[in-house]
Design a protein around this ligand. Structure first.
Ligand code: UGA
Length: 488
């Protein structure tokens, strides 16, 4: 890039940005870059999705995203299916297309490759091509090679890595109020150009705006910027997700230990989490992690280690503990109900976590499928994920309820599988009345066992002692059998 162009860019920090892929990462990034004042062209080859976005619809359940799309659509945020047009118009192009897992656990990078080919064919002036999708280390090197092979002049582009750390459900706030922004680049101009896209966050000016999206920090906040090599940035993303998954599996393994020795995992969490070196976050035990990121990224990270001749057995163990967590939950349901065949179960929560309608790799979906195999019937309720879940159970194999109470009515037990806040507010007395038997198996530890016991419920949770109501010391099934005997 010429010095003249660089000086001009510095004077006018507002940029023309292309974002390729309108999935979670691309759509949120595109809307947020527009929110920061840039002109954004969001590219997707899915015509139906484009039409929805052009009509002003928001295809995903994400807090603040509909507001941002409404605010910037047709002004600073435009949608197109024409990649070449977007490349020519943009100074910087973020690749945010899907990188789905393959059968063998490797990542399918064919979408990234075809976007790189498309960019190469259209490049006319200096651009920075930035990988934002989660990809294995060396992907930036491959993007560069593919672009050169497809005729892109080497002096007209740089490839950089700018991993995204947003969580589904709080993606917009995570983007606008990040713990850190990581920019991996191997040339100073490309690093500076990517940093420019984030300037309102790193200089704090965004947080002075009266119309800013509210976030978790005070007025003096400035987003920290970390500049690294491209390979380090690629590794930071995989290592961050692997570490968080490890924290969850660690606490789940500790929860099993608590069950074995009759300790309480919540007390243990408080004790270990208050060490500032460990921290309390991501120490919630449950049915294991799911979603489109942790399971896939863990496998991909392990794949990269193997390719490089390294054994990273810790990652295998993290995945093993996670899978075991679902089996443990099923064993708890069996323990509470004795036999499963013919049992009518209420399932609260289908999304892989709260705040989202995403069911990819959701432990809840896997558990429901296992219960159906055992011959149970299931009525489920989820505040956001039922539409997506109905595609997973197209044959009407489960019923969907309009609210939690409808799901619970007449059920032999209630299972809690997603940590939705709404469920914490359930009226326990009403719950007890509606259930055929007063059994709650909570895979997310939403309630205090003593409270459940006081409400007359038999409560089974993770890493804590079972709280069997003294009012039903005779097990519900025994009671039912006695009643049936008497009636006969
Ligand atoms: C995760 C990371 O948290 C983000 O930083 C990252 O950007 C994203 O992956 C990604 O790579 O795109 P996400 O998958 O949206 O974000 O969800 P998390 O909030 O991390 O939760 C993942 C799973 O772990 C959920 O199933 C959740 O229920 C579970 N979890 C989380 C626990 O079981 N216990 C906890 O303490 C925390």
């Amino acid at each position: 890039m010429s010095k003249k162009l660089w000086l001009r860019l510095r004077e006018n920090w507002q940029m023309k940005i292309g974002v390729v892929g309108s999935g979670y990462v691309g759509l949120v990034a595109g809307a947020c870059f527009a929110e920061l004042g840039h002109d954004v062209l969001l590219v997707d080859n899915d015509r139906q999705k484009l039409a929805e976005l052009q009509r002003g619809e928001c295809p995903i359940h994400e807090k603040f995203l509909p507001e941002l799309l409404q605010r910037h659509r047709c002004k600073r945020l435009h949608f197109t299916g024409d990649l070449a047009h977007a490349v020519r118009k943009s100074q910087i192009i973020f690749i945010a297309v899907g990188t789905p897992p393959k059968e063998d656990g490797d990542v399918d990078l064919s979408y990234v490759e075809s976007v790189a080919q498309g960019i190469a064919g259209a490049i006319d002036t200096y651009k920075v091509v930035v990988e934002k999708s989660t990809v294995p280390v060396y992907t930036s090197t491959w993007i560069r090679r593919i672009m050169l092979l497809n005729g892109a002049p080497p002096e007209l582009f740089d490839v950089a890595s700018n991993p995204e750390f947003l969580r589904e459900g709080s993606a917009v706030a995570d983007f606008l109020y990040p713990d850190r922004i990581v920019i991996g680049a191997d040339s100073a101009p490309s690093a500076a150009l990517v940093a420019q896209a984030y300037r309102p966050l790193t200089d704090g000016s965004y947080y002075d705006r009266p119309d800013m999206i509210p976030g978790p920090v005070d007025g003096n906040f400035k987003a920290p910027l970390i500049e690294t090599s491209t390979k380090s940035a690629e590794l930071i993303k995989h290592a961050s997700n692997a570490f968080l998954a490890m924290k969850i599996s660690f606490i789940n393994a500790v929860a099993s230990m608590c069950e074995a020795v009759e300790a309480d995992v919540e007390q243990v969490c408080e004790g270990i989490g208050s060490d500032s070196r460990i921290g309390r976050r991501f120490l919630r035990p449950g049915v294991g992690y799911g979603g489109s990121c942790f399971p896939k990224d863990l496998l991909a990270f392990r794949g990269v280690a193997r390719e490089n001749g390294l054994q990273f057995g810790l990652l295998d163990e993290v995945a093993r503990v996670n899978a075991e967590q679902r089996h443990r939950f099923l064993r708890k349901v069996k323990k509470a109900l004795w036999t499963l065949k013919g049992k009518k179960l209420a399932v609260l929560g289908l999304a892989f976590k709260n705040g989202t309608d995403d069911i990819r790799e959701s432990p809840a979906i896997a558990i429901v499928k296992a219960l159906l195999k055992e011959g149970c019937s299931v009525t489920a309720y989820d505040p956001a994920a039922m539409k997506r879940a109905s595609e997973e159970f197209p044959d009407g194999s489960i019923k969907f309820a309009a609210d939690a109470y409808e799901a619970i009515a007449g059920a032999d037990a209630c299972l809690i599988l997603t940590e939705w806040e709404d469920f914490r507010a359930l009226d326990l007395r009403r719950m007890k009345k509606l259930l055929r038997y007063p059994i709650v198996v909570d895979g997310r530890n939403l309630f205090r066992p003593a409270l459940m016991q006081a409400a007359g419920l038999n409560y089974y949770s993770v890493g804590r002692a079972d709280a069997v109501s003294t009012r039903s010391a005779v097990t519900p099934f025994l009671k039912h059998a006695i009643e049936e005997d008497e009636a006969a």
